[in-house]
Design a binder for this molecule. Sequence first.
Ligand code: B16
Ligand code: MG
Length: 217
Amino acid sequence: MKYKGIIFDLDGVLCHTDMFHYKAWKEIADRINTPFDEEINNQLRGVSRMDSLEKILANYTGEALSDDEKEKLATDKNERYKEMLMQMSTEDLTPQVDELLKVTKELGIKMAIGSSSRNAALILERMGIIDRFDAIADGNHITNSKPDPEVFLLAAEMLGLPPSECLVVEDAEAGAEAAAAGGFDCAGIGDANKVESVKYRLNCIKDLTDIVREIKI
Ligand code: B16
Ligand code: MG
């Protein structure tokens, strides 16, 4: 078997919280009279919270903000985002993701999360799947966010596997770049497929279940 582990990105792969991120950031952007739309929100996929704020502030024309003020904006955004996450439940686990996790487990492949989010554990708990992973590496454990490979290297280390034996599944360009930088093969969904190094281009998560079954990766 080529891969002994699969490292899943969370947002955009196993769940979809884009709209919550969008609504929470929009409230912050409105507060400081800064333009923010879904196109800018799309550029924040896989990007850490503070780096996301800096990208939003690229369009800010008001008085300079201190580090404390920026910290407050990011904290307020996160509080609103977490309130919205409480709407999530086991119903947010799609049958396709459920099946992928089952097939992967049946084949004895180890499973990890490699997410930039500091709310990864909360999201996995809300979806009722936190116990299905052998390791969780997330934004709380790293200093460099994607496209730096740190979170994936940590996830592989937690699984006790070298990068060459792990497949990363990503939806973000920054995430696919991080996988390549860490020496991982990558299966891409959506924007991640713009990155040349992506090995398996998926239309949807079900395609990965078929690949896992067929080639018994
Ligand atoms: P938080 P992923 C990423 O998760 C999201 O794609 C990105 O939009 C978000 O800014 C980042 O997590 C940080 O999230 O504010 O919850 O720590 O795609 O790497 O699973
Ligand atoms: Mg993602």
